[in-house]
Design a protein around this ligand. Structure first.
Ligand code: F0G
Length: 353
């Protein structure tokens, strides 16, 4: 047996990247596909979770970042910049550290989780807090990259989607075909576009019989793809997808349309409920945004939608430890149970005695 080599070395021949691109990797990708008995029961489908929180920095962003950073380094970049709701910046900072180049991060002030901010800081990023939202940060990042010697590594950089499409290859590897339906949370819309790219390439290569229906789920207060128009002031507890004007709008709409899928939205309450149930029932702790797809499946089940005899893959995009403040905020009835340091006291406190 050998160690998983990371997205570039495992899939280099399938990545549309410049020849002789070096490999900056943390051995990302190769993440678990975990069957969910609970969601299978609820939906009638065979439901699999693609657990992307198991990537090196705790989200799917590492797949795209290994490629974007490697190509940037191959082209001689000495600094990289991104706008972020937290995960992209955490990932970029880690890969920039590994590459020995300077990471510059723009985030919406007060709107990213402490865990993600810590990652960027600890990996050595220069973090700039913007008085504005993610969409403002992206506009500024593009402006900086246009006028100064810093390479933009947001998903408007096509190298990001090259890396992220490999998740589809892994799904096909495990299932032996594409699923019938692929469900995922959608914010800036790079990931849904990347999965669709991966599935269509696998199909064209003759590796799958099917193409999946792509189903993207947005937060109700930040659902531009559902409304068909940008949202000026996006708001949601799922800070990772608090985005009003997705950069990959056209690609995402094409993915939904070409696959027979669509975008819908779920409320913050439904997102937090799904996060909590997934953790309690399946042992999979994801961050709030990552639970949007699960919340969508639960919403559809409550509407009577059935997926009998179908295979459904749900990407859960980031680890629950990314944002423990939000996770714990739903446990309002929690009280510490304190005891003295002896077995009797512990048994009493635990209600065993
Ligand atoms: N889930 C998580 C955990 C995310 O961090 C993001 C995006 C998404 C879902 C949505 O993916 O943007 O490709 O549609 N986070 C970006 C960031 C915006 O800056 O970390 P998308």
């Amino acid at each position: 047996s050998r160690q998983w080599r990371g997205v570039i070395e495992e899939y280099r021949h399938r990545l549309d990247i410049p020849a002789n691109t070096p490999t900056i990797t943390l051995r990302e990708g190769g993440t678990p596909m975990v069957e969910s008995a609970w969601l299978s029961e609820v939906t009638g489908a065979e439901v699999w979770l693609k657990v992307e929180g198991d990537n090196p920095t705790g989200s799917f962003k590492d797949r795209g970042m290994t490629v974007a950073l490697s190509v940037a380094v191959g082209e001689g970049a000495e600094a990289v910049v991104c706008a972020s709701t937290g995960n992209t910046s955490a990932s970029m900072a880690a890969y920039a550290a590994r590459a020995g180049i300077k990471p510059l991060v723009l985030v919406p002030q007060g709107k990213i989780s402490a865990g993600k901010l810590a990652q960027a800081i600890v990996h050595g990023a220069q973090v700039i807090m913007v008085r504005g939202n993610f969409d403002d940060c992206l506009r500024l990042s593009r402006g900086l990259a246009d006028h100064y010697p810093v390479a933009l590594v947001n998903s408007v950089n096509p190298m990001r989607l090259q890396g992220q499409k490999t998740a589809s290859f892994e799904v096909v590897d495990v299932l032996g075909d594409a699923p019938d339906v692929h469900v995922l949370p959608t914010g800036n819309a790079g990931n849904v576009s990347a999965y669709w790219l991966g599935y269509t390439e696998a199909h064209r290569a003759g590796e799958t019989l099917k193409l999946p229906v792509m189903r993207g789920w947005q937060a109700a207060g930040a659902a531009p793809l559902v409304h068909g128009a940008p949202v000026a002031d996006p708001e949601t507890v799922a800070s990772a997808i608090r985005i009003g004007n997705p950069a990959s709008w056209d690609l995402a709409v094409d993915a939904a349309r070409s696959s027979g899928g669509r975008f819908r939205d779920v409320t913050d309450e439904q997102i937090l409920h799904a996060q909590r149930e997934l953790a309690r029932r399946e042992g999979v702790f994801v961050e709030p945004a990552s639970a949007a797809g699960v919340a969508g499946l639960l919403l559809e089940a409550s509407e009577g939608v059935r997926y009998d005899d179908q295979r459904v893959v749900v990407t859960v995009t980031g680890h629950g430890l990314k944002d423990i403040d939000t996770a714990l905020s739903t446990f309002t009835d929690l009280v510490d149970t304190v005891c003295d340091a002896d077995v009797e006291s512990a048994a009493g406190a635990a209600g065993l005695a």
